[in-house]
Ligand binder design. Sequence first.
Ligand code: IMP
Ligand code: MG
Length: 175
Amino acid sequence: MSDVKKRILYSEEAIKKRVQELADTLSREYEGKDVIFVGVLKGAFIFLADLVRSVTIPHHIDFIRVASYGAGTVSSGKITITKDIEGSIEGKDILIVEDIIDTGITIASLKSILDDRKPKSLKVCALVDKTARREVDINADYVGFTMEDGFVVGYGLDCDEQFRSLPDIHVIEGQ
Ligand code: IMP
Ligand code: MG
């Protein structure tokens, strides 16, 4: 696995710049509100950490972890929560912070589960939007980078739990 061929797609500098731009947008949009940033574990942990240190608005942080039902790489279309948000989100402004939207199945299911809990608002900020394999008609409200296809690692993103701590985002070649 460590001899996997990969190349830098988004450099540490490019990510830093883009995260600051997103944070500026979020600081404007959530001004005067008390937003809860809900990081989706594990992939979004570094993105969330950088984002919250770049916003200028008061906020809370929570985490959720989900798993897809069924084995293999093809999503079954259903998710289960394996670690839930700790507080109530009823009547609150919620921003889901996700690493990647690919087929859209995970984020669509997560949004529907959280929506049932009656938040005041529910939006999604995704680090990467992969457009080519979308199966569900869903888009993030805020997107860091848009790409068509390819498997990316680094900056929190993994391939079999490897490469999360790389400072740049790399694309795995030959995938
Ligand atoms: P979706 O349900 O197909 O949208 O899957 C989204 C989830 O799959 C993301 O939250 C990631 O955990 C994972 N994923 C999809 N593409 C990649 C990738 O290129 N690198 C790392 N994880 C990915
Ligand atoms: Mg994920």
